[in-house]
Write a protein that binds this ligand. Structure first.
Ligand code: MTE
Length: 330
């Protein structure tokens, strides 16, 4: 998604002009640049090793297994989209390593009879189960991920949605550049979360679902993967996973969940409304404005796979969209 924002829109003029001077430095600079790029290509940074605590008593959920090869832990934790830290997928793991996720609370409210602020440790005491899901990014790559978590429905039921509630809005933590913010340890006096300007999207990151999508048994709040607590780069300590939708709906590091009566704004829809709709169901028949969605590159495989309607979950979720024009509501 990084290349979808014109560099002239996100690059300050001074930096842009400096770049032009650099270009003028001619062939020599160009050659040096090319060889540096080639060097990085053949000598990539080694993947960052991630150690997070094991989650105890993870229930195996036989209904949510897949006969597909799991994507290795190392790939899932070193190829990330998390714009608050970096727009470079391979850099997120390192940039996010100082993100402090304790103490952490998730405020659940809005149109709710019993709004409540949950402490993360309370949420980790909910029964945790393993869900092996396909994960399909709108950019055209996919993975198979053994998440650990619990149905979002559990936390919504707990706050007792009012009859008027029709949607659920989510918000990611966004660290201010404030030294007294307990969530943000400032390495060498600097914040490690990017500014909204350098990320190229409005922050905090926000997402939304219709209430029936949120209540669907496939929709989970994930607290970990591969049996371990969620690594920072994947959205610690708790994130959404909606396996039949493009990956950007699966918002990370959630601090706020709000029941609403109107469709909530969503980050990528705000950034490019003609490219990213509110629904964003995986749909091989509806192309992105600039590329086809018919195929995908499964990380770790050569060649391309056919993408599946609703990412292979049509049997479970197609009825949610009965009678809807999925080209219009993309
Ligand atoms: N959530 C936040 N807060 N910020 C982000 O940049 N990126 C989204 C989604 N959730 C994103 C986010 C996108 S585009 C994708 S594909 C997935 O997270 C990537 O999840 P992963 O890094 O765990 O594979």
């Amino acid at each position: 998604m990084a290349n979808e924002i014109k560099s002239s829109e996100i690059t300050p003029e001074k930096v842009y002009l400096n770049r032009r001077n650099f270009m003028r430095a001619g062939l020599l600079a160009g050659t040096t640049l090319a060889s540096a790029g080639l060097y990085r290509f053949f000598n990539p940074q080694p993947p960052k090793e991630i150690q997070t605590p094991q989650i105890s008593d993870v229930k195996q959920a036989p209904d949510f297994k897949l006969e597909e090869k799991l994507t290795p832990f190392e790939e899932i934790t070193n190829y990330n989209n998390y714009y608050e830290f970096s727009t470079d997928k391979n850099a997120v793991a390192r940039k996010a390593e100082n993100f402090i996720t304790r103490p952490w609370t998730v405020e659940v409210g809005g149109l709710a009879g019993k709004p409540k602020v949950f402490d993360i440790d309370e949420l980790l005491r909910f029964e945790q189960e393993e869900r092996i899901y396909r994960f399909r990014c709108v950019e055209g790559w996919s993975m198979v991920i053994p998440w650990v978590g619990f149905p979002l429905k559990k936390i919504l039921d707990a706050v007792e949605p009012l009859g008027a509630a029709r949607y659920v809005a989510f918000q990611t933590f966004y660290g201010d550049v404030k030294p007294d913010n307990p969530q943000v340890k400032l390495p060498e006096g600097k914040n490690f979360m990017q500014t909204a300007f350098s990320a190229g999207i409005e922050l905090p990151y926000v997402e939304g679902l219709r209430l029936d999508e949120a209540m669907h048994p496939l929709t989970i709040l994930a607290t970990g993967l591969y049996g371990k607590q969620m690594p920072n780069q994947n959205g610690a300590p708790i994130r959404l996973v909606v396996p039949w939708k493009y990956g950007f709906k699966s918002i990370k590091s959630i601090v706020k969940i709000t029941l609403t009566d109107t469709e909530p704004p969503t980050t990528w829809n705000i950034a490019a409304p003609d490219e990213y709709g509110f629904y964003s169901n995986v749909n091989p028949d509806v192309a992105h404005r600039r590329w086809s969605q018919a195929k995908e590159r499964r990380i770790g495989e050569l060649g391309l796979r056919e993408s599946l309607m609703f990412n292979g979950y049509a049997g479970e979720v197609a009825s949610l969209y009965d009678g809807m024009d999925l080209k219009k509501y993309f």
